[in-house]
Design a protein around this ligand. Structure first.
Ligand SMILES: CC(=O)SCCNC(=O)CCNC(=O)[C@H](O)C(C)(C)COP(=O)(O)OP(=O)(O)OC[C@H]1O[C@@H](n2cnc3c(N)ncnc32)[C@H](O)[C@@H]1OP(=O)(O)O
Ligand SMILES: O=C([O-])CC(=O)C(=O)O
Length: 434
């Protein structure tokens, strides 16, 4: 079935009614006890959001609508048998909860290519008004906000739309926004790093393939990497900073551009998405300090200890939820082992993987000493010729749109209310234990 919107509300309406009924009948049901430590240490483990697109297991990693990454690589449609799944298919799965057929994915590919053509000129003027030295995430997010002049949601709201129909203009905005992000990201990349030599979209290509193409990479190898990158970064349940911020701002009925922009501001933090750039800065700093392109395990260990003793984190390691090696790290390592087994940077990443978990474990405080997605993604991009670290978080952001924006459509289908938890001062917390 190609009419996603029709299918979406066919599935969504009964679920929204079911949710209302659940709250009405069981709203007082106690689901969890919350400790003082949880609240004051980042609310870890406090179930306080409803997210249907994906779920993170501390041991096993992410599942998108129940499917692990290896399962997705097997089941989602690809352009050819030895390729990577198309991100269009993952979006379809996250939005509808159903595996797409190849036709569904090709239809979405075409729809996004069509929608991507409509970016208003002022968006590029706004980007061009920024200095090229502005970090790509500043330029990216400014462009996202500038695109909100076209918000279907805002127009419909101002026109007095019935609130049970909000999901419809939200869906339209989400589809526009997702289709346009690769154009914006590639424009910023070419502006900053390729002398403003822009490359037009090729409407015959898929969403991720087009991103590679517009960035100036036309080989099948880079397109394959981009499809993998766009799939694995797409979602990580609802509590991570980018997803949570998008959802929170959306709960005020802010349009999808405002909401996604909030998420991207969070992704730009070094403890979240910006860690992929930080990892490369850390690795390059280490190679320079050690004067070697292939440092030994003992050298890497000493460098890691030095990082810790100077009060800094080792980027790419640790996680707020995961307690094992991130499967997104593993799939990228497998990809590198298959296609570029001799790439020098991948050898460095492997040496780091051999020693850093032990060093972090010895601190006795790091809850997860294992690598996360960011520990290898930059080394992979650089090995394929995308060498400009400041764009790595922006590429993450393009992918993250798939998950957080499909959830935003569901937030409006469910009619979720404004989010407004309670806060207390320090005295209040002390009084709880007196
Ligand atoms: C896509 C993503 O967002 S994945 C995460 C990307 N971020 C990074 O890779 C940055 C490095 N990692 C970190 O800073 C952390 O592990 C985070 C932010 C990911 C998780 O933070 P938390 O849930 O607070 O981790 P945790 O409970 O294990 O922290 C306990 C202590 O260990 C420290 N710690 C955790 N990870 C690391 C690390 N990689 N290097 C050094 N110290 C670390 C914390 O800073 C904290 O120290 P403190 O008690 O002195 O404040
Ligand atoms: O889950 C988290 O907190 C961080 C993360 O890995 C992501 O958002 O991809």
């Amino acid at each position: 079935m190609n009419d996603i919107k029709e299918r979406l509300i066919q599935i969504g309406r009964p679920k929204a009614n079911e949710l209302k009924q659940l709250i009405k009948e069981h709203g007082d049901h106690v689901i969890q006890q919350v400790t003082l430590g949880q609240v004051l240490m980042g609310m870890k483990g406090v179930v306080s959001l409803m997210t249907c697109t994906s779920k993170l297991d501390p041991e096993e990693g992410i599942r998108f609508r129940g499917f692990s990454i290896p399962e997705l690589r097997d089941k989602l449609p690809k352009l050819n048998d030895d390729g990577e799944p198309l991100p269009e298919g993952l979006f379809y799965l996250m939005l509808l909860g159903e595996l797409p057929g190849k036709d569904d994915v090709m239809h979405l590919r075409k729809e996004w290519a069509d929608r991507s053509q409509g970016i208003p000129g002022h968006v590029f003027d706004v980007i061009n008004a920024l200095p090229k030295s502005a970090h790509p995430m500043i330029q990216f997010n400014t462009a996202i906000l500038a695109m909100s002049t076209q918000s279907h949601f805002r127009k419909a709201y101002m026109a007095g739309m019935d609130k049970q129909d909000y999901w419809d203009p939200m869906y339209e905005g989400v589809m526009d926004l997702i289709s346009r992000l690769p154009v914006i990201a590639a424009y910023i990349y070419r502006r900053v790093f390729h002398n403003e030599k822009y490359i037009d979209i090729d409407p015959s290509l898929d969403w991720a393939g087009n991103l590679a193409h517009m960035m100036g990479f036309d080989s099948e190898e880079v397109k394959r990497l981009m499809r993998l990158y766009m799939v694995i970064h797409a979602d990580h349940e609802g509590g991570n900073v980018s997803a949570h911020a998008t959802h929170l701002v959306g709960s005020a009925l802010s349009n999808p551009y405002y909401s996604f922009s909030a998420g991207m501001n969070g992704l730009a933090g070094p403890l979240h998405g910006m860690a992929n750039q930080e990892v490369m800065v850390w690795i390059q700093g280490m190679l320079k300090t050690l004067g070697s392109e292939a440092p030994s395990a003992a050298q890497v260990e000493a460098y890691a200890r030095e990082t810790l003793s100077s009060g800094r984190v080792i980027p790419g390691y640790g996680h707020a939820v995961l307690r094992k090696t991130d499967p997104r790290f593993t799939v990228q390592l497998d990809f590198a082992n298959k296609y570029i087994p001799d790439a020098p940077l991948i050898q460095v990443v492997k040496t780091i993987y051999d020693v850093v978990p032990k060093v972090l474990g010895e601190t006795g405080k790091v809850k997860n000493p294992w690598p996360n997605v960011d520990a290898i993604s930059g080394a992979l991009l650089e090995s394929y010729g995308i060498k400009e670290y400041p764009v790595y978080t922006m590429l993450f952001g393009v992918s993250r749109a798939l998950g957080v924006l499909s959830q935003l459509v569901w937030d409006r289908i469910y009619g979720l209310p404004i989010e407004r938890p309670s806060s207390q001062n320090f005295e209040w917390f002390k009084n709880q234990v007196r």
